[in-house]
Design a protein around this ligand. Sequence first.
Ligand SMILES: Cc1cc2nc3c(=O)[nH]c(=O)nc-3n(C[C@H](O)[C@H](O)[C@H](O)COP(=O)(O)O)c2cc1C
Length: 180
Amino acid sequence: MNNKVINILAISGSLKSTSANTNILRAISKIATKNVRVNIFEGLDKLPHFNPESANDIEVVNRFRQQLREADGVIFSTPEYAFGVPGVLKNALDWVVSSGELNEKPVAAISASPLYSGGDKALASLLLTLTALGTNMGARSSLSIATIKSKITDTGEIKSDETITELKLLLDRLLNRIIF
Ligand SMILES: Cc1cc2nc3c(=O)[nH]c(=O)nc-3n(C[C@H](O)[C@H](O)[C@H](O)COP(=O)(O)O)c2cc1C
């Protein structure tokens, strides 16, 4: 790897202002070394409902696709809603099935939940969708974080050393799959 800045787009499946998943992505951006820029995607809630018959020049959709194209890798962190991926995240992914921005893109996926299951069903579902999209997922490119409330402070800092280590490893594995 050379000295080029690596751009990672981080997408949270939660719209909550105090989202643990968004805070996990913020923690990853702090963990990242100087040559790695982690941009948290804003605007999942601005994307219209996906319709295959929609016109192909919707500005917010174009901007989303552009940010994906410009990213060297993408990290997702999602809550589980009713055993699945939140609709806003699935909707966003549906917008790029045909346009292919995630095809062969190195990705990593996280789920975090206050429950002991760690949102594992949402993570499994997200991984299936990322497979359908043709993403580049290596071995151990996903992480399910259980009992997240015990691992994060009220202000959103990760306080579990074990979780910080796991996030570092996940980021390292993603970076190792980004080849220039
Ligand atoms: C509509 C709804 C459904 C939920 N369903 C699940 C679930 O199936 N499994 C789970 O582990 N947590 C579930 N939760 C709890 C979320 O894991 C919890 O709210 C979590 O903090 C959301 O992540 P966030 O802080 O990033 O928004 C649900 C929460 C909501 C609001």
